[in-house]
Design a binder for this molecule. Structure first.
Ligand code: AMP
Length: 346
């Protein structure tokens, strides 16, 4: 089976690394000559909307997926004319717009922070009055890792926030006073069978995920499963989906969904019977899903900017290093490590 992946970063790399033992082959579209997934398959080196290359992908592959949500919608539509693409265009379009996404959660009666559509400074003033402060002004599209966001702490910030972000479609969100951030990763097969991984508890630094802990047996597991199942079924989704949530102590508020394998579940490579990467491939390849059960407790640490001295890291008993083979650069995710334990980690 030949799998096409749009995007050749570390998620594509780990997908390929988990699919090769199943006999799968990969064709990877990415404009960067040194894309870190490229050595694991055939590399189509070009832009994501290059119709010649998309045609080659559609002709040669059995099924196509993508590793990031900002893939041009036109490319997915083009591919979908001649080949199955998972997750579907509809799921992708919804996740790409924070307002549509949160409106969809609310339609499904899934709780979120209060939200308002902001098209003018006047809208912003009104919404701040309704929602209260602090609040967060966000661009509706193209935001990730905390980019395109402005925290409005006091009345004086409203003008600044508008000056910084105004001019593109925006959403104002109430501020969640959360005790912790968690995510649930689920996989839905071609036949609709759905399985859930244990919750991940996530610690961010400067808006970027730094550490994730697997939390088998967490008290919030069943609520999170209920919410993600509603979304998966709504889209008749095929593949892995991640849902990021705020745990306020009393309830779970959904922040956003990602229609792909997710950084907070990299621990599943060593900490679950079947990794999120393998299960995503099984789902899109119409194969039976693997068990999502945890086989212990895992702490995952992201390496951002550069990887610490390898000799020291690998001297730590039981540490698994994943070096994405990317050039060191500030703010860039270049690798991660997992540490396994048979008891809960802090
Ligand atoms: P996002 O780009 O929406 O994933 O936001 C990045 C991070 O900003 C989240 O992981 C939270 O730590 C924080 N954040 C985003 N939205 C809110 C909110 N409405 N209330 C509190 N914190 C938030």
């Amino acid at each position: 089976m030949i799998i096409g992946i749009v995007g050749g970063g570390q998620l594509a790399r780990m997908l390929a690394l988990s699919g090769i033992p199943l006999g799968m082959k990969f064709i990877i579209l990415d404009p960067a000559e040194d894309a870190c997934a490229a050595p694991l398959g055939e590399h189509l080196c070009g832009e994501y909307d290059d119709t010649e290359l998309l045609k080659v992908m559609a002709d040669k592959c059995d099924v196509v997926t993508y590793e990031f949500e900002n893939v041009p919608a036109t490319s997915i539509a083009f591919l979908s004319q001649s080949i199955e693409v998972f997750p579907s265009e509809h799921a992708l379009a919804t996740t790409n717009d924070r307002l549509l996404e949160k409106a969809m959660f609310n339609e499904l009666k899934i709780p979120t922070v209060p939200i308002a559509d902001i098209q003018s400074e006047n809208d912003l003033n009104k919404a701040v009055n309704n929602i209260g402060l602090p609040a967060i002004l966000k661009t509706r599209t193209l935001g990730y890792d905390g980019k395109g966001q402005f925290k409005v702490k006091q009345q004086d910030d409203i003008k600044k926030a508008w000056q910084e972000l105004g001019g593109v479609p925006l959403i104002l969100e109430g501020f969640a006073n959360f005790k912790r951030e968690v995510s649930i990763i689920a996989v839905r097969g071609y036949d609709g069978e759905t399985r859930f991984y244990p919750l991940s508890e996530n610690i961010h630094q400067d808006g970027i995920l730094k550490t994730a802990y697997s939390r088998p047996g967490d008290a919030m597991q069943s609520k999170a499963e209920e919410y993600v199942r509603l979304i998966l079924d709504k889209f008749k989704y095929v593949g892995v989906m991640a849902l990021e949530l705020f745990d306020t102590g009393d309830e779970l508020l959904v922040n956003e969904m990602a229609p792909r394998v997710h950084n907070s579940a990299h621990w599943t490579i060593e900490g679950a019977v079947t990794s999120q990467f393998e299960n995503h491939l099984r789902a899109i390849a119409r194969l039976p899903l693997g068990s999502t059960a945890a086989n212990g407790y895992v702490k995952m640490t992201n390496y951002i900017g550069e990887i610490p001295e390898k000799k020291e890291l690998l001297a730590i008993p039981g540490l698994h290093l994943h070096d994405y083979n990317k050039k060191a650069r500030p703010g860039r995710k270049v690798g991660h490590a997992t540490q396994w334990s048979n008891h809960k980690l802090d």
